[in-house]
Ligand binder design. Structure first.
Ligand code: ADE
Length: 260
């Protein structure tokens, strides 16, 4: 899979991409992550990516022209200096016209915003099946609405709170998607992933030592009775889900059944 990230802070991703299983997956070629600095698509002396909102109001808005140009370049694998133009009039591209233009068919392109659809395991599974993902990180008060219309195939929120930008959400999505790519986790862990079927939160886990500050391990886990262990785990998972995330059980919201 190839993932392109558009951001004004490419340096933000140094940690998440160079650590742990994501770094290993990249080294093995399971995923090719490319970072792009949105300022490379600016045309003014100050390299501005934002401007004041039409109609007034607090804060600044990310410019649509910069974001559309960046997305079109990245979709078509062109350098920032190439102008892709419009579907009706492709421009300045040597040879064949660009395959992808804003508003037309385009690779799966996620714009991060608190108004988006929540990032759930179901969405992560869906995205992990794509060959390409383009992730667009907003900053400031928000993004020009035309970017949502012309660039985004998906608008995704990390949760019901406001971050300073989409970078944390993009890093979370990369990690969640990469761990599902073939060969990244290995068989044992993939099988464990399957055990999430049924939409429950995970049951409690224990490892050595058998006693910690007076707290012992539930005897059923050392009984050797696999059926009893499975029943105990299922009961604890249901208990925990009912207490913490009842919405997962009644289907009224949140991630919904089968999505955790
Ligand atoms: N940008 C700001 N807040 C966000 C959120 N909750 N999710 C995704 N992107 C964001």
């Amino acid at each position: 899979m190839r993932i392109d990230v558009l951001t004004i802070f490419p340096g933000y991703f140094a940690g998440p991409l160079d650590t742990s299983l994501v770094a290993t997956a990249r080294a093995r070629g399971a995923v090719d992550v490319r970072l792009h600095d949105l300022r490379d698509w600016t045309t003014d002396r100050h390299r501005s990516v934002d401007d004041a909102p039409y109609g007034g109001g607090a804060g600044m808005v990310m410019r649509g022209d910069v974001l559309v140009a960046a997305a079109e370049s990245v979709w078509n694998d062109l350098p920032p200096s190439a102008t892709v133009g419009t579907a009706a009039a492709p421009a300045d591209v040597d040879g064949a016209p660009p395959r992808y233009v804003a508003g037309g068919p385009r690779p799966r392109t996620v714009v991060f915003t608190p108004r988006g659809r929540p990032l759930t395991q179901a969405l992560v599974r869906e995205l992990a099946d794509e060959d390409r993902l383009v992730l667009v990180c907003g900053r400031y008060e928000g993004i020009d609405e035309r970017v949502h219309e012309l660039v985004a195939t998906d608008e995704v929120s990390l949760g019901d709170y406001v971050l300073m930008g989409g970078e944390v959400a993009a890093a979370a999505m990369v990690e969640a998607v990469v761990r599902l790519l073939p060969g990244v986790l290995g068989n044992a862990a993939s099988a464990a992933e399957e055990s999430f079927e049924g939409g429950l939160l995970e049951h409690p886990l224990y490892t050595r030592p058998p006693e910690l500050r007076g707290r012992t391990v539930p005897p059923v886990l050392t009984s050797g009775d696999h059926a009893a262990v499975a029943a105990w785990r299922r009961a604890r998972a249901e208990e925990r889900t009912r207490a913490v995330r009842p919405d997962l059980l009644d289907g009224t919201g949140g991630a919904g059944p089968e999505e955790v």
